[in-house]
Write a protein that binds this ligand. Structure first.
Ligand SMILES: [Zn+2]
Length: 369
């Protein structure tokens, strides 16, 4: 059966874009970007904004869940947008903050139960073809922020949420004194089997004396940010763990993505254990509130395009790059946050740096009961 989407696509564009993947079409078909943005504005106009109490009264709450207000700005009113779900039996609700635009899962997971999500079998996701693709993604992102990752000698690195150690393996190859922490015990075991000098630990940074002492030149969060239920306290700790001149790398799904606007609840960023969905704007809020001095972004064109393994004709590839740069920055967000002015001077290069007004008086907003 031909879906409505395919039919519309055929009527509007003919067969010209048949060989372009769905994830790339949004960026290359003329007029599509404007249509998707109009569609998004329409969605936001139609979705009601309601007080948290009313939202909580009509929304089911799971055993390990709690209702929360916007962690970025404290706004308690809710704009329910999506209910992503898939055939494995998971589903959740995503709301938008009507004040700052932050997208988050509500109800969210109680932080003390976060480990439940990763207790057993999580490492299965982290091997095989997935592993090869992951390591390619790490290399492409390290290249995008060169020379930060070029030479790790005499530099300490912490990979927060290190999984089975795929990135730690690359970090130790580049000479870093590398450490990792993770909440999945079987992943940590796999990581330590893979690594020679680097070490992975189960638990939080403060549980491990060599990590708790801080002095890190680089901290990395590869596809981890969306999993954190208490990002403000985590990022405050990362800021303390960084040495003067230190940087924090974040790769996460981009809530400003045109693909989210196009696919709504079926967007690839809505995966099972994701809790919060950041745009470049809301990530700046998080970094500013936790004491970082600046941030820079590297647009993401898709791993295949960046690795040169895509099959797009050159004019379409150029168009894709232009659209990504002019609109959302890509479906994944890649950010390099600078701890202080020294970090900006050392690693900023000729990148565009967004300076952050750090609000040292800001405190994490408590969750609503
Ligand atoms: Zn907000």
């Amino acid at each position: 059966m031909v879906s409505a989407r395919r039919l519309i696509s055929r009527i509007v564009y003919g067969s010209r874009y048949d060989r372009v993947s769905w994830g790339q079409r949004v960026y290359v078909r003329p007029g599509e970007r404007l249509a998707r943005e109009a569609q998004w504005r329409w969605r936001l106009r139609r979705a009601p904004v309601i007080p948290l109490a009313d939202y909580a009264a009509r929304t089911p709450l799971g055993a390990i869940e709690e209702f929360v207000s916007c962690l970025m700005c404290g706004q308690s009113r809710q704009q329910p947008l999506f209910e992503p779900a898939n055939g494995d039996g998971w589903s959740y609700r995503v709301v938008r903050c009507p004040s700052c635009g932050f997208l988050y899962r509500n109800p969210n997971v109680r932080p003390e139960h976060l480990g439940d999500l990763y207790a057993t079998g999580y490492s299965g996701f982290l091997t095989g073809t997935y592993a090869a693709n992951r390591q390619r993604r790490y290399r492409l992102t390290m290249d995008a922020f060169a020379p930060v990752f070029s030479d790790g000698r005499d530099r300490r690195l912490l990979d927060f949420g290190c999984g089975a150690g795929l990135f730690l393996e690359l970090a130790e190859q580049r000479g870093f004194e590398a450490y990792g922490v993770d909440l999945s015990p079987d992943s940590v075991e796999q990581a330590n089997a893979r690594l020679t000098r680097a070490r992975a630990y189960f638990g939080a940074p403060e549980d491990v004396p060599e990590i708790a002492e801080g002095g890190f030149d680089v901290i990395t969060l590869w596809s981890v940010l969306a999993h954190l239920p208490r990002p403000l306290s985590d990022f405050s700790r990362f800021r303390q763990l960084l040495a003067p001149g230190g940087v924090l790398l974040v790769l996460t799904v981009n809530a400003r993505s045109l693909l989210l606007k196009a696919y709504g609840p079926k967007w690839s960023g809505f995966t099972k254990n994701h809790l919060m969905f950041y745009s470049p704007e809301t990530l700046r809020t998080l970094l500013g509130r936790t004491g970082f001095a600046g941030v820079s972004y590297a647009p993401h064109y898709g791993d295949a395009v960046e690795a040169g393994t895509d099959r797009l004709p050159e004019p379409l590839r150029r168009r894709l790059r232009r659209t990504v740069e002019a609109t959302d920055g890509g479906n994944m967000m890649r950010a390099l946050a600078f701890a202080d002015e020294e970090a900006i001077a050392r690693w900023g290069g000729d990148r565009r740096i967004h300076r952050l007004r750090t609000r040292c008086d800001a405190r994490p907003v408590p969750a609503a009961d």
